[in-house]
Design a protein around this ligand. Structure first.
Ligand SMILES: [Zn+2]
Length: 248
């Protein structure tokens, strides 16, 4: 018998099994099946064939698909987790997903239970899922210690920050999303100009920088100029905010 495990996660620290649900067919497969039928033109259960499943993975980035569906899809990804602040949001997203894609009553479906756990307002800092027999939150087996090593925490991720990151990073002209790109990092172009200005005026470079940024508020530097040496030509984004870039 295969299992789905609801994992309690302390990001960067440890993970534990919170609840084991019998039969892994009730977790990821109904989500993949529904999404593949709706967006990839698959027949019922044909997502397993012809490499269709590989076309499914990038769909989380497709902003034409409702956000709650992409979030639930992402919950099935290896090493994804939900932070406590997003438990209510995640439960709501699952609820909407189940409304969009009602589960046949003769099929096992763990999502109502997963929703319950999220709604339970537990003190665990993050919750993830292990939908397969190989726990993606386990590192390699350590022969000497006879235990699994910690996972590569850098590869584990908060799924909602990825979903929300798309909104701020997406600059493609065909996007309906008119939200501005938020760049918290220093503007390299203004910083360079501030250097010249400080030599000229005798004021501190930082003071000149603040002045320049304020002056240019209505007409700010382009993302490329802003990023300066941190601009990644291939990905067309500032590497300092690469986690927010949608093309990595
Ligand atoms: Zn600037």
């Amino acid at each position: 018998m295969s299992y789905t495990t609801i994992k309690a996660i302390w990001p960067g620290e440890k993970h534990e099994d919170l609840e084991v649900l019998r039969n892994s067919h009730g977790s990821a497969p109904p989500i993949w099946n529904a999404m593949c039928q709706k967006y990839l033109g698959c027949d019922d259960l044909s997502y397993m064939f012809d490499g269709k499943i590989d076309e499914l993975w990038p769909l989380w980035k497709d902003q034409k698909i409702p956000e709650h569906q992409r979030a639930v899809l992402m919950m099935t990804y290896d090493r994804a987790y939900i932070l406590k602040k997003d438990y209510a949001r995640a439960a709501g997203d699952i609820k909407k997903f189940l409304k969009d894609f009602p589960s046949p009553s003769n099929h096992v479906n763990h999502w109502p239970r997963i929703m319950d756990v999220l709604e339970n307002d537990t003190d665990i800092p993050a919750i993830g899922l292990n939908c397969t027999s190989v726990d993606p939150f386990c590192g390699d087996w350590n022969e000497e210690k006879e235990e699994y090593a910690q996972p590569d925490w850098g590869a584990c991720f908060d799924l909602y920050s990825k979903i929300d990151g798309l909104k701020t990073a997406n600059q493609s002209p065909d996007s309906d999303d008119k939200e501005p790109v938020i760049i918290e990092s220093r503007c390299e172009n203004c910083w360079e100009d501030a250097y010249g200005m400080s030599r000229y005026t005798g004021k501190a470079q930082n003071a000149c920088y603040q002045e320049l940024v304020k002056m240019r508020e209505k007409n700010p530097c382009t993302p490329k100029k802003h990023a300066g040496q941190f601009w990644d030509e291939k990905k067309q984004c500032d590497i300092r905010i690469i986690r927010k870039c949608n093309r990595y």
